[in-house]
Write a protein that binds this ligand. Sequence first.
Ligand code: FES
Ligand code: FES
Length: 236
Amino acid sequence: MTAYKDFTDPPSGKPGDDAASGSGEGTRADPRGVSRRGFLKSVGASGIAAAGTTMMSAAVLADEAPPVAKAPAAATGSGAYTVQFSVNGVAHKLNVEPNAVLLDVLRDRLQLTGTKKGCDHGQCGACTVHVNGVSVNSCLSIAVMHDGDEITTVEGLAKNGKLHPVQQAFWEHDAYQCGYCTSGQMMSAVAVLHDSRVPADDHSLREAMSGNICRCGAYKNIVAAIQDARGKMRRA
Ligand code: FES
Ligand code: FES
């Protein structure tokens, strides 16, 4: 339980510890009761860059959905953490390394290989999943930060053997060539179609989808497919 204790211990008050001094960035208390310094220590050097990016993503997403206070994943005592989340409505309890990336956990531990690894740097959108209904680049997201979350991957879009309208529209409009970007495109498209802040015109749609890169250049058909799905979802 040593590592878990590191997550939750109050500031030590030692001289030079900015968590104790009451000054500087390190004094900011995390809303979940996890100190920034304690978290960075626990993930280790290899996880720091990714964790920082994930925190940045959370800040960006804060405009869309306020963060929900929750307890951190629990340490197992072997360096791994136990994290529990649901994926496509199925509950999972996994022991993962503190720097394990959500994309790798989905693909390698849960065999949900529909979510693709393209750039692995947050630049292509191939790895897009929904976390509590919000689009997230899973290649930039640390798995232990998702304790209690509801995650949806492309495998969870179809219901009762029926394709989601976005999936059906991609099929009907040939909105892919190699298909590598397609699952990420569809996940972003579903989120965009549920986001009332995004106007319905093509220009706004292209802007909202600009985080998803298609190396095959199937953009024209992708836009057509999403607009078609928009109409069908309105009528449903
Ligand atoms: S693989 Fe995540 S954004 Fe490219
Ligand atoms: S269909 Fe090939 S990358 Fe988009």
